[in-house]
Design a protein around this ligand. Structure first.
Ligand code: ATP
Length: 225
């Protein structure tokens, strides 16, 4: 088992005296090389779950374990280290920095922590693998949606994470770009990377080895038909 979430509850305060139960008693086991899809309506809690698993949202009840160790037992530094080295996160809105090039965006999260020459060579290599070498000096506003997404994937993959958390990775893309991104994810999964993917697209949801549906913060496995 790679990761396990048990009894996860997340409550947000909204406005005065209003509480939103974003996640209610969510259990999820993620095994190595799984490809898990999560579907569900807008606002049902999918992004919140990814944030909890990524160690970005730390105010929750329940436990999350990575390789058998509870997040609550990690120090802040250990959690950050794990996020940089074990977990790749592809955000719904790409989260690229407008003033920085493709190369700089890919290196950015790792810049303070790594040898610059080594980092640059790793970044160039992964940018090449994702077919972006010719766009390496481009700024995000000069990129197509598919190129932005591939830049975000390159950034998430730089340190060869064990798991890739993907929030709507094909949501803003046309069919050709969608297929290209799915092909990239499929290859990564075959190479051993575990994938957890949130999607609104029922066809994309069918691609994994397990499918879940989230409604009102509750996660339920969809039985294969
Ligand atoms: N920072 C926050 N403060 C208050 N409420 C929040 C916050 N983030 C999310 N919520 C609420 O929590 C619920 C779950 O939100 P979440 O973003 O996890 O849903 P989602 O399923 O990912 O939606 P979408 O498919 O639209 O991205 C929603 O009701 C949302 O309004």
């Amino acid at each position: 088992m790679l990761m396990e979430a048990k009894g996860i509850q997340v409550t947000y305060e909204q406005g005065k005296n209003q509480q939103i139960f974003a996640l209610s008693n969510v259990d999820l086991v993620i095994n190595k090389q799984d490809w898990i899809s999560i579907l569900g309506p807008s606002g049902s809690g999918k992004t919140t779950l990814l944030n909890v698993l990524a160690g970005l949202h730390t105010r929750f009840e329940g436990t999350v374990e990575f390789n058998g160790k509870k997040y609550s037992d990690f120090t802040k530094e250990e959690l950050q280290h794990m996020r940089r080295n074990k977990i790749g996160y592809i955000f719904q809105d790409y989260r690229l920095f407008d003033q920085y090039t493709v190369l700089e965006n890919v290196m950015m999260p790792y810049w303070p922590y790594e040898n610059k020459l080594h980092l640059k060579s790793k970044a160039k290599e992964i940018i090449g693998h994702l077919g972006l070498t010719e766009r390496i000096d481009a700024l995000p506003n000069e990129l197509s949606g598919g190129e932005k997404q591939r830049t975000a994937i390159a950034r998430a993959l730089l340190n060869e994470p064990d798991v890739l958390l993907c929030d709507e990775p094909t949501g803003n893309l046309d069919e050709d770009n969608r297929d290209h991104i799915l092909e990239i994810l499929k290859t990564l999964n075959e190479q051993g990377i575990t994938i957890l993917l949130v999607t609104h697209d029922p066809l994309v949801g069918k691609l994994g080895n397990r499918e879940y549906y989230m409604r009102d913060g509750r996660l339920q496995e969809v039985q294969p038909t």
